[in-house]
Ligand binder design. Structure first.
Ligand code: ARG
Length: 433
């Protein structure tokens, strides 16, 4: 009978134990399959270079691994019943086709560094895809900021009418905020972009592994030199990724809240065509912002991912522990969800409608008090006196706003600096390679 475990000896593990320990790892591991093959291709090339495989064996293994890669890309790869994980499946497929040669591939490697290398490659790719989505959303915010730079809206502090703001400033703020999130993403990318392969079970190997070579082969920026540090990076890399995701989620969640509020009839600042809103089963008039409510909820939840990771990994002893497997459960869905939220946000921004006449409403008269104080101050009245004069007008109900605004300093409504913000984004994005 074919052994179903890489670690099979002369007993079969209890079925209950197996179900509990494997959990849904087989399903999650499908997302790692292509990276597992990439890692193995680099590993065997290195094994041949240090004399642990012959050139002929390398050739046969390479052909077979490439064939498996094709099966994966075609979507036909399966982890068979009873096989624990992707690493076992690939090795069994090789052994099935190549016999003893397949059994040589695991020299100088453990599933501990194998899963690590898979995860690093996976996270590196996921971060790049997320970055592309962030950049699309950034573009939309910038475009809208330019398009509506002359349309004023109320600015609030304490949720009380405060000073004139503009749609240019509002949209532009989210664009620039995404630049900061991208900084976090680049940091996570740099942490992921280090080669753990060769750390084996976590303590290296007595084979003279050429780790520089696998680092080059897998296009890592550098390696995790210390093999224990390499093992410690499991959880640490995921934490960095979760922080980046959380950071993006906080920006997006904030925007989603603004949209829900500004769509409310009491504000009436923005709207969407009917087909992008949702209705009520009882109230015939409803056009609800469910998209942004779901986005807000998802983004709030995504910010807790880092907490989950912190709790899962708190106080683990040094070296590999099986708890680490559960990280996949937490991180994999999060990478998909943040992408969904970003793409949905970009989609909705295509259709957003802006109310251009908000400011004419007398309820916003007081937005202009500071403008009037400043005008007086510019004409020579000391600021405190100008403040008092306008303050008394307000107090006695005699205030009449002058609605013209003239803001010129960088970052203000009259000088958004969107081109400078764009440049900042480009520079951060360039560091992703
Ligand atoms: N599925 C395992 C994980 O994700 C693979 C590594 C198994 N290693 C072990 N020593 N049991 O962690």
């Amino acid at each position: 009978m074919k052994p179903s475990k890489l670690w099979s000896k002369d007993f079969e593990p209890d079925k209950m134990i197996e179900r509990f320990t494997v959990g849904n790892d087989r399903e999650l591991d499908l997302r790692l399959a292509r990276y597992d093959v990439q890692g193995s291709l680099a590993h065997i090339k290195m094994l041949e270079s240090i004399g642990l495989l012959t050139a002929d064996e390398l050739e046969k293994l390479t052909v077979e691994l490439r064939r498996i890669a094709e099966v994966i890309e075609n979507g036909d790869f399966r982890i068979e019943e009873g096989i624990e994980d992707v690493h076992s499946q690939v090795e069994f497929m090789l052994t099935d086709r190549l016999g003893d040669i397949g059994k040589k591939i695991h020299s100088g490697r453990s599933r501990n560094d194998q899963v690590l290398v898979d995860l690093k490659l996976f996270m590196r790719d996921e971060l790049k895809t997320i970055a592309a989505s962030v950049n699309n959303t950034f573009e939309s915010f910038q475009r809208l900021s330019e398009q509506y730079k002359d349309v004023l809206m109320p600015g609030y502090t304490h949720l009380q009418v405060a000073m004139p703001s503009s749609f240019g400033l509002w949209f532009g703020a989210y664009a620039e905020s995404l630049v900061d999130d991208m900084e976090m993403l680049v940091a996570a990318y740099n942490i992921a972009n280090q080669n753990p392969l060769g750390s084996a079970a976590g303590y290296g190997s007595s084979f003279p592994l050429d780790r520089e070579m696998t680092t080059r082969e897998l296009h890592f920026a550098t390696m995790h030199y210390n093999v224990v540090a390499a093992q410690m990076s499991r959880g640490k890399t995921e934490r960095a990724v979760a922080m980046a995701i959380g950071s993006i989620a906080s920006t997006l969640g904030h925007f989603a809240m603004d949209v829900c509020m500004f769509m409310c009839q009491n504000f009436g600042f923005i709207s969407f065509p009917d087909e992008y809103t949702t209705g009520s089963s009882i109230m015939p008039h409803k056009k609800n912002p469910d998209v942004f409510e779901i986005m807000r909820g998802k983004c709030n939840r995504l910010q807790s991912v880092v907490n989950e990771i912190n709790l899962l990994t708190a106080n683990l002893p040094l070296g590999y522990n099986r708890d680490l497997q559960l990280l996949k459960d937490i991180v994999f869905p999060a990478t998909t969800e943040i992408k969904d939220c970003l793409d949905m946000c970009t989609f909705m921004l295509e259709h957003i409608r802006v109310n251009r006449d908000i400011i004419d409403d007398p309820r916003y008269d007081y937005l202009f008090t500071v403008e009037d104080v400043n005008r007086l101050a510019l004409s020579g009245v000391p600021f405190r006196e100008a403040y008092k004069t306008v303050g008394m007008q307000v107090q006695h109900g005699e205030y009449k706003p002058n609605r013209s605004v003239h803001h010129t300093h960088p970052g203000s409504i009259g000088n958004l600096c969107n081109d400078k913000i764009r440049l900042k984004m480009q520079k951060v994005m360039e560091r992703l390679n």
